[in-house]
Design a binder for this molecule. Structure first.
Ligand SMILES: Nc1ncnc2c1ncn2[C@@H]1O[C@H](COP(=O)(O)OP(=O)(O)O)[C@@H](O)[C@H]1O
Ligand SMILES: [Mg+2]
Length: 336
């Protein structure tokens, strides 16, 4: 039996994190906006989070939200669009400050300073900044529901495997530093001085680890967190979703569902004035819907139609929400 979006949510009463993952351009941001809108209407305080400055929440909600922190749009509806570049700059400054403190120096050696500066071009830095902002918001516990519109990289789940790798690495580092501290203490004892100086690096590593652990635990708990993917009835999107499903499996994350977006109503085929062009598009979609039904059938939570215009503004987003939650139209997949 296929579960609609609403039924899935009803079956998971402890859900408080909803993540839209997948390739760009198919409707992630639109569905994220609609999901937070729907929750807000259910009297749940919802936060919609995005980081992608293009085709963004600012466009969808028709308000400049970029880098402005948490903004209230309607009763119970809050949005935040983080400025990852600014977060990276702030983070780099923090790193510089920590190095100065740890080593008691006023000026950072030129090579190291350059190394820190060029790190901002690393895509991984953007990911880290994004995850950091997400974790901070989650930890604040200010909202009933968090909807995360993930940037396209790594389907937004690479972070979980990253956490595992980092964990091992941090363990090794911590072990080495503890050994070093023991030697130091022994040396100090021999010399008759006390050496209880805290290892700043060790503390720093511990802090990173506890952040990662908190994040990973949240993301892998399918009672509190749901991952949805948005796809459209086209070959590339189907392939991409299959790949993502495998990746999810490897990481031990359960995919909560798939939203099929931008579907032309098949009833259009009955219209006499239908152009050949549109007729072909609809028939092509019907073919891919069949493939979607066979491949992801039980995962599909809603089929959202192609709208006559881009869904923007609260009213249009309300219409998307209506289709996502109230009229999931799953019969479409049975008919193909
Ligand atoms: N059901 C739909 N009908 C019409 N246009 C849509 C629909 N869903 C999304 N769009 C449009 O498609 C484009 C991509 O959607 P968006 O939500 O920004 O995707 P993503 O966040 O995955 O990149 C946007 O211009 C959006 O307005
Ligand atoms: Mg987007």
């Amino acid at each position: 039996m296929t579960l609609s979006m609403k039924k899935y949510i009803n079956q998971h009463p402890n859900l408080r994190v909803i993540i839209y993952a997948g390739k760009g351009g198919l409707g992630k941001t639109t569905c994220s906006a609609a999901t937070s809108y729907w929750y807000a209407k259910q009297n749940r305080k919802a936060l919609c989070f995005s980081t992608d400055p293009q085709a963004s929440l600012s466009d969808i909600f028709e308000k400049d939200l970029f880098g402005k922190g948490e903004q209230k749009l309607a009763e119970n509806l809050f949005v935040v669009e983080i400025d990852a570049d600014r977060k990276i700059t702030e983070f780099q400054e923090e790193v510089r400050q920590k190095i100065r403190e740890m080593y008691g120096i006023d000026e950072i050696p030129k090579e190291i300073d350059e190394y820190i500066s060029t790190s901002s071009y690393e895509p991984a830095m953007h990911e880290s900044a994004t995850y950091d902002a997400m974790a901070a918001l989650l930890a604040s516990k200010k909202y009933d529901v968090y909807v995360f519109d993930m940037p396209p990289f790594g389907h937004g789940v690479r972070m979980i495997s990253m956490a595992t790798i980092l964990d091992v690495w941090i363990d090794k580092m911590a072990e080495a530093r503890k050994k070093a501290a023991e030697y130091k203490e022994a040396e100090a004892r021999i010399k008759g001085v006390s050496a209880e100086a805290e290892d700043a690096v060790l503390n720093e590593l511990d802090e990173i680890r506890s952040k990662l652990d908190f994040f990973r635990e949240t993301l892998t708990n399918s009672e509190t967190t749901a991952f949805f993917m948005v796809l459209i009835p086209e070959k590339m999107a189907i392939l991409d979703t299959e790949r993502a499903l495998k990746m999810f499996e490897k990481l031990g994350i359960k995919l909560s569902g798939v939203i099929v977006n931008q579907v032309y109503p098949v009833e259009l085929l009955e219209r006499k004035d239908l152009s050949e062009f549109l007729k072909h598009r609809i028939e092509m979609q019907q073919g891919y819907l069949k493939e979607i039904s066979e491949k992801f059938g039980e995962h599909v939570r809603a089929v959202v139609p192609m709208f006559e215009k881009e869904p923007k503004g609260l009213e249009m987003i309300g219409r998307v929400a209506e289709h996502l939650f109230e009229k999931p139209n799953l019969e479409v997949l049975k008919r193909v």
